[in-house]
Design a protein around this ligand. Structure first.
Ligand code: ADP
Ligand code: MN
Ligand code: MN
Ligand code: MN
Ligand code: MN
Length: 338
């Protein structure tokens, strides 16, 4: 027997953006535990906007686990929040995802690293060089050593935790970065995105740096932060076809409002039609078009097959990947495949 530390992680009830919360318990196991061996646990929902004080107990139900790369015998436990009667808590966005066999998602999370209230690389009371050389940039004038260290270390942590991290790049604005998480299955991908966010936040505590998830933290001619949602289904990957694709895009257009409603708060500040975005009230798709709502990769239209994955560019950096995936799946399921 050894003692393992189980760090339970969940989403609180704050709106419009939930915070990550965590607490740790020690438990003895013969070896690294399986999901089935992890007990349900409770917390004080009156401290997280998930319950009233008089009836404050909420339930944590483990749904995924990851070895913790930086804690002795550590287990990171992603949880759903449940009501005492066993049903999903109203704040439980993961529970809204419909069964989606064969759906693959890839999220591109953009964010700013902030020190002393300013993005890394912004001088006190002023601005650095205008955008241009920061994107995928190299060299100290473009990329701070701290930013590089954090984004590289975060990648290592995710890999060690078994999270399917797909890559990183310095972004268009100074102090702005991106990482990508890919998963076969929407819940799997979204769980890993939330845990990757958790690992980034916890890593940045050591540097006294904040992660700014807001989609437009710097006003003016500076890119905002998105969380492009790349998706494919078995049908899109294996059958596809122009006719189906056009019907799918019609459905995306029809449900524009429903999509925008879960694509992250204050997205109108970012989806302006500038800085590689489409305006918030318009829907468009285009091959290789970074000014479209949905970008169709060249590989998708190759040989007129209309097969592969699509990129919805509208979700923003503060969006909840559970809600985003849930809505995308709902719209896909509204379109008959035959
Ligand atoms: P870009 O910055 O050009 O938009 P990225 O490489 O940052 O592209 O992100 C594209 C993402 O698309 C990858 O991270 C990957 O996870 C995802 N992706 C690739 N193929 C598929 C697929 N078949 N289904 C869903 N997502 C996919
Ligand atoms: Mn207590
Ligand atoms: Mn990208
Ligand atoms: Mn990007
Ligand atoms: Mn993208």
């Amino acid at each position: 027997m050894s003692k393992f530390r189980l760090d339970y992680v969940w989403l609180d009830g704050y709106t419009p953006v939930a915070n990550l919360r965590t607490k740790c318990m020690m438990r003895e196991f013969d070896e690294f535990p399986t999901l089935e061996q992890l007990p349900e646990w409770g917390f004080d929902g009156s401290s997280t906007k998930q319950a009233a004080g008089g009836d404050s107990d909420c339930v944590l139900k483990p749904v995924a686990l990851y070895p913790d790369p930086t804690r002795l015998n550590g287990v990171l436990v992603m949880c759903e929040v449940m009501l005492p009667d066993g049903s999903a808590h109203p704040s439980n966005s993961r529970a809204t995802i419909a069964d989606d066999e064969g759906t693959w998602f890839g999220f591109e999370q953009e964010y700013f690293l902030m020190q002393g209230g300013r993005p890394l690389g912004f001088p006190v009371g002023g601005y650095p060089e205008p955008q241009g050389e920061y994107y995928c940039g190299v060299g100290f004038k473009n990329v701070s050593s701290l930013g590089r260290e954090i984004s590289d270390t975060h990648l290592d942590l995710c890999i060690e935790a078994g999270i399917n991290h797909e890559g990183i790049n310095a972004e268009v604005a100074a102090g702005q970065w991106e990482f990508q998480i890919f998963g076969k299955g929407s819940k799997r991908c979204a769980d890993e995105m939330w845990m990757a966010r958790f690992l980034l936040l916890r890593l940045c505590e050591e540097y006294e740096i904040d992660v700014e998830w807001h989609c437009k933290p710097v006003k003016g001619d500076w890119n905002g932060s998105g969380m492009h949602c790349n998706f494919s289904t078995t049908h899109l990957r294996e059958v596809g076809g122009k006719e189906y694709f056009l019907k799918l895009m019609d459905a995306f257009e029809e449900f524009t409002e429903e999509h925008i409603a879960v694509y992250g708060p204050e997205n109108e500040l970012r989806l302006t039609g500038l800085h590689e975005t489409q305006s918030i009230d318009k829907f468009s798709w285009g091959v290789a078009d970074r000014g479209a709502s949905v970008r169709v990769p060249h590989s998708f239209v190759k040989d007129d097959k209309y097969q592969g994955y699509l990129e919805d560019r509208r979700p923003n950096s503060e969006g909840d990947p559970y809600l985003i995936a849930s809505r995308v799946i709902q719209t896909i399921q509204s379109v008959p495949t035959a």
